[in-house]
Design a binder for this molecule. Structure first.
Ligand code: AMP
Length: 546
C-alpha cells in the first residue's frame, strides 16, 4: 500500500524560494575581483538568479544544456548555481587549476554551450578558445566598468546580461531526477571523469549536511566555505546555507590568503569554516606570525585529504576551535563521513579527542559504507582490518557522464568502489589509510602511507611529507619518506627517524628519508603519488635497510 503524501519534487530552486521567503535579509558577503567586500541579501540573490535564468534562456539555452563556470567563490558564482540548475540547465563547474589540455578535454566532453568566467581567467580562455569552438559565448563575471579587453569575439558582460533578464521569471517544476550539476574528477590517471548530480541528490545531500553531527549549520551561523564552488559543490554549502538561513562569506580569489581569511573570520564573525588542510595551514601560519586569535570561530570542517593531528591540536589549543574531519569524493557530492565524537566520549582527555578527530569519521545517514578484501568479502569493523572502501546512497554517482558503465567502478551488487583503502573501528569511525593504487605492500602486509605522512608532518621542521613504496628485494616494497623542509629549518634524516619512533608500528618505519624542494600536487591539491613514484622509480634503498 502506498502512503498518502504529496509528491512535490526536491528541487534546488525550492531552496532558493524558501531562503527568499524566510530569510530575505540574511547576508552574503563576498570578496570579488572587482570589489574587496561586496554585501547583499538572500532576497537580492534570489532576484538576480531569476534574472540570470531568464537571460540565459533569452540567449537560447535549452533544457539540459551544459553551462560552465570557471570562477572563484563569490555571489555571482552562487547565482550561477541557482540560475543554471534551477532553470533546468546543467551547471558544469570547472577547476581553473587544471592544465589547459584538461580544460579543453572536459569542456568538449561536456559539450558546454556557454561559459561564465571570472575576468582573471580570460587570458587562459583566449589561449584555448580555438580548441573549444562548441562554446557559443563567454559571460564575464563583472560589470561594464571592470570589463577587460579581450580577444574573444563572443565575450559578454555578466551585469549587462543580467539587466536583460526578468525578475518575474518563474522556476520550472522539473522532475527531481533532472541533472543539475556536473563536476569532473581530476583523477591522477586517465582522462577526467564527469559526475552528473541531480536535483534530488543535491537537496538530500544538503539536508544531511546541516545536521548537528554532520556540518552542523543553522540560522545563527556564519559560514566561510573556503572549499571552492568549482569543486564538488563546495561541499553542498550553496544549498545547505540557504536551506537553513546561515550567513555566507565567500573569499573570492583570496582563498589561499591567510590574512584575508583571518580578517573575514574576525570582521564577519564567522562561526564555521570549511576547507582542505592546505588552506588552514596558510591561515594558521598567518595567525602564528601576526599573533592573532580566531575568537569568533567555533569549528572547522576539514576534508579532501587527511588532517594531521598537529593541525587539530593547534586549532584547539591556540584558538579554541574544534576540527571535524570529513571524508568524501566528487562522486559522493561529496559528503560521506564526518568525525564528530560519539556520546560518552565527551570527558576524554584532549589528546585522546585529537586522535578521534584525526579519523575520517562516521557515515552520515544516507551513506552506507563497507570495507572488503581482494575477493569482495566484507571485513569486520574492528579497527584492525584494512579493506577497499565501498559506499552506496542517494547522492553517490551510479555511473560517469557518457561512460556507460565502462569505468569499472561499481560492483555487481550496486556499490561504488571508492578507490580508497580504509579501517573502520567498532564505533564506526573510518580512517583512510591509502588510495588502492598507493598502498604499500611489504612482505604481503599493508602499510598505511597516510598514517606515516600524518605523523611526519607533525615534526615542527617539516612543511610537507609524502610516503611511497619503493622496490625492495626481500619485502617487495618498503616505504620511502619524502620531505619538504619548513622554511629556514634543516631537519636531518635521523631527526625524522627519531620523531617517528614509537609513533608508528616498528615495521612501518621508512627505510630512507629524502629531502625535496617540492612535492607535486593534483589540481585539487592532493599529493600526486604517481608522479612521485615515477620520480623515484630508479631509487635504490640504502644497503642493509630492513
Ligand atoms: P575528490 O574527488 O577530488 O574530492 O577526492 C576524493 C578523495 O580524496 C578520496 O577518495 C580520498 O582519497 C581523499 N580524501 C578525501 N577526504 C579525505 C580524508 N578526510 N582523509 C583522507 N583522504 C581523504
Amino acid at each position: 500500500m502506498h502512503g498518502l503524501m504529496m509528491d512535490t519534487p526536491l528541487l534546488v530552486s525550492s531552496i532558493l524560494q524558501h531562503a527568499e521567503r524566510n530569510f530575505p535579509e540574511q547576508e552574503i558577503v563576498s570578496v570579488t575581483a572587482d570589489n574587496p567586500l561586496h554585501r547583499y541579501t538572500f532576497a537580492d540573490c534570489a532576484r538576480r538568479s531569476r534574472k540570470l535564468a531568464d537571460a540565459l534562456q533569452q540567449l537560447g539555452a535549452e533544457a539540459g544544456d551544459r553551462i560552465a563556470t570557471l570562477a572563484w567563490n563569490d555571489y555571482r558564482h552562487l547565482e550561477a548555481y541557482y540560475a543554471i540548475g534551477g532553470a533546468g540547465f546543467v551547471c558544469h563547474t570547472i577547476n581553473p587549476r587544471l592544465f589547459p589540455e584538461q580544460l579543453v578535454f572536459i569542456i568538449n566532453h561536456a559539450e558546454d554551450q556557454w561559459l561564465l568566467t571570472d575576468p582573471l581567467f580570460l587570458p587562459l580562455l583566449e589561449k584555448i578558445a580555438p580548441q573549444i569552438e562548441g562554446v557559443k559565448g563567454f559571460i564575464v563575471l563583472t560589470d561594464e566598468a571592470h570589463m577587460p579587453k579581450s580577444s574573444l569575439p563572443n565575450a559578454i558582460c555578466y551585469e549587462s546580461l543580467l539587466e536583460k533578464g526578468s525578475a518575474e521569471y518563474a522556476w520550472p517544476e522539473l522532475d527531481e531526477r533532472t541533472a543539475v550539476g556536473l563536476c569532473y574528477t581530476s583523477g591522477t590517471t586517465g582522462d577526467p571523469k564527469g559526475v552528473l548530480y541531480n536535483h534530488r541528490s543535491q537537496v538530500l545531500h544538503a539536508y544531511a549536511g546541516v545536521a548537528p553531527d554532520a556540518l552542523n549549520i543553522g540560522n545563527r551561523d556564519t559560514v566561510l566555505p573556503v572549499v571552492p564552488l568549482f569543486h564538488v559543490n563546495a561541499w553542498g554549502t550553496p544549498y545547505s546555507c540557504l536551506m537553513v538561513g546561515a550567513k555566507l562569506v565567500f573569499p573570492g580569489p583570496k582563498m589561499g590568503d591567510g590574512e584575508t581569511l583571518c580578517n573575514l573570520i574576525e570582521t564577519e564573525k564567522v562561526t564555521a569554516a570549511l576547507g582542505v588542510p592546505t588552506v588552514w595551514l596558510a591561515l594558521l601560519q598567518y595567525c602564528e606570525k601576526s599573533g592573532k586569535r580566531l575568537d569568533n570561530l567555533q569549528r572547522t570542517a576539514i576534508g579532501g585529504a587527511a588532517v594531521p593531528v598537529s593541525m587539530i591540536r593547534e586549532f584547539h589549543q591556540k584558538h579554541g576551535v574544534w576540527v571535524s574531519q570529513g571524508w568524501g569524493m566528487t562522486e559522493m557530492s561529496p559528503l560521506g563521513t564526518v568525525g564528530v565524537p560519539k556520546v560518552g566520549m565527551e570527558g576524554l582527555p584532549d589528546e585522546e579527542m585529537y586522535k578521534i578527530r584525526a579519523k575520517a569519521g562516521r557515515a552520515i545517514f544516507g551513506v552506507e559504507m563497507r570495507i572488503v578484501d581482494d575477493n569482495g568479502k566484507e571485513l569486520p569493523w574492528d579497527g584492525v582490518a584494512f579493506g577497499a572502501l565501498q559506499v552506496r546512497g542517494p547522492w553517490i554517482c551510479s555511473d560517469y557522464y557518457k561512460l556507460d558503465g565502462s569505468a569499472d567502478t561499481h560492483t555487481a551488487d550496486g556499490w561504488f568502489d571508492t578507490g580508497d583503502v580504509a579501517i573502520i573501528d567498532s564505533d564506526g569511525f573510518m580512517s583512510i589509510t591509502d588510495r588502492t593504487k598507493d598502498v604499500i605492500k611489504s612482505g604481503g602486509e599493508w602499510i598505511s602511507s597516510i598514517e606515516i605522512e600524518n605523523v611526519a608532518v607533525g615534526h615542527p621542521d617539516v612543511a610537507e611529507a609524502a610516503v611511497i613504496g619503493v622496490h625492495h628485494p626481500k619485502w617487495s616494497e618498503r616505504p620511502l619518506l619524502i620531505i619538504v623542509k619548513a622554511e629556514g629549518k634543516e631537519p636531518t634524516r635521523q631527526d625524522l627517524f627519531d620523531w617517528l619512533d614509537g609513533k608508528i608500528a616498528k615495521w612501518w618505519m621508512p627505510d630512507d628519508v629524502v629531502f625535496v624542494d617540492e612535492i607535486p600536487h593534483t589540481a585539487t591539491g592532493k599529493i600526486k603519488k604517481i608522479a612521485l613514484r615515477e620520480q623515484f622509480a630508479d631509487y635504490s634503498l640504502p644497503e642493509g635497510s630492513s
